[in-house]
Write a protein that binds this ligand. Structure first.
Ligand SMILES: Cc1cc2nc3c(=O)[nH]c(=O)nc-3n(C[C@H](O)[C@H](O)[C@H](O)COP(=O)(O)OP(=O)(O)OC[C@H]3O[C@@H](n4cnc5c(N)ncnc54)[C@H](O)[C@@H]3O)c2cc1C
Length: 372
């Protein structure tokens, strides 16, 4: 079986790797270098509780399942690639700075067996840099984090070691879905024949020309900007991920990542002074001494969103064409599950989970004037 995967992010690489491990001839095509899309821009949080809350939903369940797969997934990637992913299972601290948040925290702690209420003093003892007036705190005890930039690189190595091929710097221009020779994927430099194609092009998954629009739900780009700070000499980083004041702070290898904005501005990935000011001000209001830290980097990425906010995983309306997109803010967390779901779906020609079926939007997306 020959499978072409379009897009070498966490999704495309992990799916391609799992398929290659099962003996499939896999070619992953990316218009740039592997792992340099949203996968590179992310904060690397495996934040099933902090990000998705407690209300039972297919997404919460997917998050929990994926989080449970992460320790073995990370270990396997590290062993095969020889790289470290800096994967750590570590509680995250959530602090409430308003009465509303404080009331929500009480409800959340009651509804969850993995969130523990802490007093403001306990929170400050855990993270002495906290200076904001804290009204309540929660410890999300089962969270984890990973170096997402290393993840992209390591997954690319795993894929190659399993016999898969990565074709960088080739934008997919067209996927021929109706020819006599199966599916054909064209780039400016070549034509790739396949028995199945997995579209895992992140926020750009809806941008491949000439795929009939009724066959694919719209994929919506949500821009996120982040910054990183370097501490003055001798000053220690926070020990764990801290959420508060509408931002999160993630310690990683000597620097502190601060994220993230969330805007819809098409495919524009330029960083903005407004976002930098907003992120810095929010972080400093939470931990005042950060005002003396040096801004090291400022970047942005596009999260792949869907019309109903849920992932889109499985077969599309075009036979042989599969979609892995819509992971939005959780594409790093979801990666091991996305790989399992899509590799099974492609190999068995079966549907993925119903809640994430890309065809669920039905006739709402049927061809009409101006759609093709
Ligand atoms: C600021 C920010 C912070 C985030 N933080 C977290 C976090 O802490 N935890 C978490 O779980 N998630 C987080 N996310 C979300 C996560 O990054 C994404 O959901 C995930 O990376 C999506 O992975 P992907 O492989 O689908 O897409 P991408 O990583 O974007 O990969 C898509 C690839 O497709 C390629 N491509 C596009 N068009 C074409 C084409 N025509 N031909 C060939 N190749 C093409 C691109 O070059 C790219 O390499 C964050 C996202 C952002 C932006």
């Amino acid at each position: 079986m020959r499978v072409v995967v379009v897009g070498a992010g966490a999704a495309g690489l992990a799916i391609g790797w799992r398929l290659a491990q099962k003996g499939v001839r896999v070619t992953v095509i990316d218009r740039a270098q592997p792992g340099r899309g949203a996968t590179w821009a992310a904060a690397g949080m495996i934040a099933a509780a902090a990000e998705n809350g407690e209300a039972p939903s297919p997404e919460t369940e997917l998050g929990r399942e994926a989080r449970a797969l992460w320790p073995a997934f990370a270990q396997e990637i590290e062993e095969i690639s020889g790289m470290t992913l800096r994967y750590v299972q570590d509680a995250a601290l959530l602090v409430a700075t308003t009465q509303d948040q404080s009331a929500q925290f009480e409800q959340r702690a009651r509804a969850s067996n993995e969130l523990v209420s802490l007093s403001p003093d306990e929170a400050r003892r855990m993270e002495p840099l906290l200076g904001a007036p804290i009204l309540a705190a929660l410890l999300a005890t089962k969270e984890a984090r990973v170096d997402n930039r290393a993840l992209g690189e390591a997954l690319a190595l795993c894929l190659r070691k399993a016999g898969g091929r990565i074709v960088p710097n080739e934008p997919v221009m067209h996927i021929e879905t109706e020819g006599p020779r199966g599916l054909q994927v064209s780039t400016p430099f070549g034509l790739y024949e396949a028995d199945a194609v997995v579209l895992a092009a992140g926020a750009w998954s809806g941008q491949i020309p000439r795929i009939p629009a009724h066959a694919l739900p719209p994929v919506l780009p949500y821009k996120g900007e982040m910054i990183s700070l370097l501490p003055p000499q001798g000053v220690l980083l926070p020990q764990r991920v801290v959420w508060g004041n509408d931002v999160y702070l993630v310690p990683r290898a000597g620097r502190l990542l601060i994220g993230a904005t969330l805007t819809q501005s098409g495919f524009d990935t330029r960083t903005t002074a407004e976002a930098l000011d907003w992120l810095s001000a929010r972080a400093v209001a939470l931990m005042p001494s950060l005002r003396d830290w040096r801004i090291e980097e400022h970047w942005s990425g596009l999260r792949p969103g869907s019309p109903d906010g849920l992932p889109m995983l499985g077969p599309t309306g075009v036979p042989g064409l599969y979609l892995a997109s819509g992971q939005h803010r959780n594409g790093i967390l979801f990666a091991p599950s996305v790989a399992e779901i899509l590799s099974r779906s492609v190999l068995e020609r079966s549907d993925g989970p119903k809640a994430f079926d890309p065809r669920r939007f039905g006739t709402a997306l049927a061809p009409g004037p101006g759609r093709r």
